[in-house]
Design a protein around this ligand. Sequence first.
Ligand code: V47
Length: 364
Amino acid sequence: MWVSESFKNIASKVENGERLSREDGIRLLKSDDLLTIGSLANIVRERKNGNKTYFIVNRHINHTNICINQCHFCAFGRDKSADGAYVMSLDEIETKALASDNDRISEIHIVGGLNPDLPIDYYVEMLRRVRKVQPGAIIQSFTAVEIDYLAELHKISIKEVLTTLKEAGLDSLPGGGAEIFAPRVREKICPNKISGEKWLEVHRCAHEIGMQTNATMLYGHVEAIADRIDHLIQLRELQDRTDGFLTFIPLAFHPKNTPMQSMGLSNTTGYDDLKMLAISRLMLDNFDHIKAFWIMIGPKLAQVSLSFGVDDLDGTVVEEKIAHDAGAQTGQYLSKKELINMVKAAGRIPIQRDTLYKVVEEGF
Ligand code: V47
């Protein structure tokens, strides 16, 4: 592969399977040479996952938008008394978990706001009911932020919350709430949210009790280039210790309807999205998978990202409120057939997986 003089050293590290440094990451992110970055990421992608592209038949449920955190980047969370504030009843959640089309559901993804009126019993009962109506699905629910809040609310440890929820049916934690770990940026965009250290601690605790989890990063707001790379390196360091992360999903900031809209921030560009996915693939050498959440970047760019380091498309989704409240123009559902067609048209082999990357179906 031809690479420009400035990337020779990074390219040789990638070809030899050597770890990239913080400086390498910053150099890549500062560069506009998207095709070289993408080609390097593709080497790692194919080394780890060959020509396979994973996808999942899943369903998102957002049980409440009432949230005491009031993050400035969020258009979803609101005050209890605000217009449009809601809490789903357990019956409603059960109905949503049950309702699916003919595609077999492998994963239920439930996340919501920090609602002081919802005690841990609500979550326990929710998990029991979802488990009962979808016994074959993996329940990947509640962000580290929600887990920590339940610990605070009931004055119990994070491990106790995780163990209680695990006994009720929780299998795995999604990657939300990580945002950007840099304290200086967190202070600006989500001053009331748990720290990056606490987010990492919750995931470490989950890994210690045998739960595998996901990781995310919210980018494209007021963070600096180095903040993105430092975030990836902190995830990489925890993964070195626990090996508990399944996949990494960069999330593109949507400013519409958020308190940060008044700062005049634009949506991320396709160029930035592809570069972020590719550099995530290059920096996170100990993560098996990099996932594109098509809801945030659009199905077409998500498809192209399969040549830029991504090996996984999330998912059928069905209903999504967090990005859509913030102006996402995408649909909320892709059928299994549409996902398969997207993957095949990109020259890859579609593999239907479950949350833990076990094959559900292949040979499409
Ligand atoms: O934590 C909130 C982000 C996350 C906005 O683990 C926003 O597989 C963009 O974490 N613009 C929730 N993003 C969603 C999430 C997720 C999604 C898909 C898959 C997985 C997984 C996790 O959404 C929040 C926050 O980082 N978010 N507001 C916004 N205005």
